[in-house]
Design a protein around this ligand. Structure first.
Ligand code: FES
Length: 313
């Protein structure tokens, strides 16, 4: 009997594999395993906690490092500066130009790595645990790259150009691996892009009936479904504010968040990592979110039906 069930399972596995299920490239498979290495938590959890304590929620420095003023995460463009400079260093080393040129480009990459690391660590401290595990290894590999490039610069400054070049090529390998892990975080684990509902694609133009005004509790946010998406809905007397419910940072449920006044404006604070959005228009007041919450215009019909439509930007 057991033999039979083993044979069936094996046949099923072979069929699924032949259909392409369960296949993935070796690097992706290894990185996905990294997401579940709990042994990393002994370092990841306390380090993330310390960073969050040192950069308290709502502080101007933390918002700046997240990229709130620019509306995009700051880490990716800063990291690109270093990666670009270090790639250029390899090219200059290969074509054997004036060593001062490769030194200058290499040093620019080192200088760019410091703010990139500060922004990256700040974002990292606000991720889910699986993302933090991969992010931690990404940071360690990049730290190794930074060390190799710093050593390379010192070698070059002391006249040992060959050793300097060798260290730089080793650094490029480490930086490449770090970049791959960063790509996994961004594209496979969605750390960085907005998670707010893309309302323009999912909600057709025009007014949509949502619910009855008096069915909404007063002063307490609730979630209501509109077609494919969930909405954050807050009634205050006869006024209603509506935003997309999935937080743009990592899809936390905004209707479970806390309401607060920030500069005399009503805001909601995401229950997961504390991103703060203005109720009026969904603008980001504090990160880690950098993308605004899609906001909706509200119309209350004479018979008390609340209608909504995506706010025009
Ligand atoms: S999910 Fe992270 S702040 Fe909302």
């Amino acid at each position: 009997m057991e033999e039979t069930s083993k044979a069936v399972n094996s046949r099923r596995r072979t069929l699924m594999e032949s259909l392409g299920f369960g296949r993935m490239s070796v690097p992706v498979g290894l990185t996905e395993r990294l997401e579940h290495v709990r042994a990393l938590d002994r370092v990841v959890v306390p380090v993330a906690k310390t960073i969050r304590r040192r950069l308290p929620s709502g502080s101007a420095l933390r918002d700046m490092l997240h990229g709130v003023p620019t509306g995009h995460p700051l880490h990716p463009p800063l990291a690109t500066i270093s990666l670009g400079c270090w790639t250029a260093t390899a090219v200059l080393d290969l074509i054997d130009v004036d060593p001062r040129a490769s030194r200058a480009v290499l040093a620019t990459g080192i200088a760019g790595a410091i703010p990139a690391a500060a922004a990256g660590i700040t974002d990292w401290s606000m991720l889910h645990l699986e993302q933090q595990r991969v992010g931690f290894v990404h940071a360690m590999v990049n730290l190794a790259a930074l060390g190799l490039y710093s050593g390379s610069l010192m070698m070059r400054l002391s006249g040992r150009h060959q050793a300097g070049r060798a260290l730089a090529f080793a650094g490029l390998g480490a930086a490449g691996l770090g970049g791959y892990l960063g790509g996994h975080l961004a594209y496979r684990m969605a750390a960085g892009p907005t998670h707010a509902e893309p309302t323009t694609h999912l909600v057709p133009l025009g007014w949509h009936d949502l619910c009855r005004l008096w069915d909404l509790p007063d002063g307490r946010p609730v979630s209501r479904r509109l077609g494919y998406i969930n909405l954050f809905v807050l009634r205050h007397g006869a006024q209603v504010k509506v935003l997309a419910d999935r937080c743009s940072h990592l899809a936390g449920p905004l209707h479970q968040g806390r309401l607060k006044l920030e500069n005399d404006e009503a805001c909601v604070v995401c229950p997961w990592h504390g991103s703060t959005f203005r109720l009026e228009d969904g603008a980001v007041v504090h990160g880690p979110a950098t993308a605004p919450q899609p906001a909706f215009e509200v119309n209350i019909r004479g018979d008390g039906i609340v209608q909504v439509r995506p706010r025009e930007v």
